[in-house]
Each structure stands twice: as C-alpha cells, then as structure tokens.
Design a protein. Structure first.
Length: 227
C-alpha cells in the first residue's frame, strides 16, 4: 500500500501533538461511513444529501470497490504492519456524468467559540483521472466560504486520508452549512471517490499552551539524544 509520511521536526512534532489534542476534544457535527447505502442518505434527517446529477447516489461497499478502481480496504492507523480494514462504504461522486457536485447540508445548532475551528476529514480516492476534484465547506446562509476551495488529496486504487482545518468565525448558530465535493474528471467512469466522512469542531490550544508543549517536546528530544 502506498503511504505518505512527513518527517517530524520539533515544530512538526508540536503540530502533531496539537492535532491529537484537538481530535481528542472534538465535538462531532456529523459523520457518514456510507454503510447504509443510498437509502440512508435519502432518508437522513440531520444532513440533506444531494448531487447535481439529480438521479441519486452511487454508494457502494467494500466488495464493489474494485470495479471503481479502488481497494476494498483502507489503512486506519497509517501503519503498514497492522491489518487493513474493510471500508464500511464509499460514494462515487461522478454517478452519471463528469464533474458532478455532491453536497451535504445541515443547520449549525450551536455557536462555535473563538477558540475553536472546524475540521473536515475523509478518505479519498481517484477512479482513473480526477482532474479538477475539490472539496469546500460553505456557509449558505451568509453566502461565504469557510474553507475556500481545497484540492482533495487522491490516489488511484488506495484510500488517502484527507484532513482540512478551517476558520469558523463566519458561522453562527442557525446558519445553514454545506460541504461540497466536486468529482472532477470527464465522465462517470472517473473522478473523486469519498469514504468515512467526519466533520467536527475542535479546540485550538492557546498560545501559552502551545509554547509549553514546544518546550516539553524539545526537552524530551534533548534527553533522548543524551542517552
């Protein structure tokens, strides 16, 4: 399986620790693993799913991943020595045409504080070409983007973990928020594949906390090198 790793400097290690702290304190807004098929999206009461083709959704489970050019399993812990896990389900954005837009729309039911930010994660894949594929978190009520248009990180055959933090200052309780995936590609036989979606609100460490973490990590590294 293909892996993408980043070498950790002291600053990189700090970022990783911060991310772990954030995720541990995350408040999940919604998640979708597509295990219930198209019916679960159509009947969802918390999130309104739609796509620009207007003919339904191309949701599939692990056994149907191969015909779409994807693996039926994913690396859940970024560790090649542990067993991979079957995907509960996934969705092909380009269900009947190229460059289809898939949306998930919901109402934000509580305010987001100044020391919090949004975090969108999902596993992405590409069926052949996915040129132009993207994802965006958009505030429909205020007609403004929260994340900007982001380029999805996609690979053919294997699932790649995508994680995007975004500013939530332009979002208030009661606002209608929409996650938008654009399939890219030229027809229904290529484009973006999506699995295991999670949207949450996470705490951002205060500057003083971040500085303490940095000093702690540097001290830990110094002790290790002295041994």
């Amino acid at each position: 399986m293909k892996h993408i790793f980043t070498k950790l400097t002291a600053a990189g290690a700090l970022l990783s620790v911060s991310c772990l702290i954030n995720v541990a304190n995350a408040g999940v807004i919604f998640s979708e693993d597509f295990s219930g098929g198209s019916t679960s999206l159509v009947n969802s009461t918390n999130v309104a799913w739609a796509d620009s083709s207007g003919i339904g959704f191309e949701v599939y489970q692990s056994g149907s991943a191969s015909p779409r050019g994807m693996s039926g399993t994913y690396d859940h812990d970024n560790d090649p020595t542990t067993a991979q896990i079957k995907i509960p389900g996934a969705i092909e954005v380009n269900d009947n045409a190229g460059n289809v837009t898939l949306t998930a729309t919901f109402t934000l039911d509580s305010a987001i504080t100044a020391n919090q930010e949004g975090l969108l994660t999902f596993f992405g894949g590409a069926r052949q070409s996915s040129d132009g594929a993207s994802v965006e978190v958009f505030n429909v009520t205020q007609n403004t983007t929260l994340s900007g248009v982001l380029e999805s990180v996609l690979t053919t055959k294997e699932w790649t973990f995508n994680s995007f933090a975004f500013n939530t200052t332009a979002a208030a309780a009661g606002d209608e928020i929409q996650v938008r995936w654009i399939g890219g590609g030229s027809n229904s036989a290529n484009g973006q594949e999506v699995a295991l979606v999670n949207l949450s609100v996470v705490d951002v460490p205060a500057p003083a906390t971040a500085a303490i973490l940095a000093l702690g990590l540097l001290g830990f590294g110094a002790r290790r090198f002295k041994k």
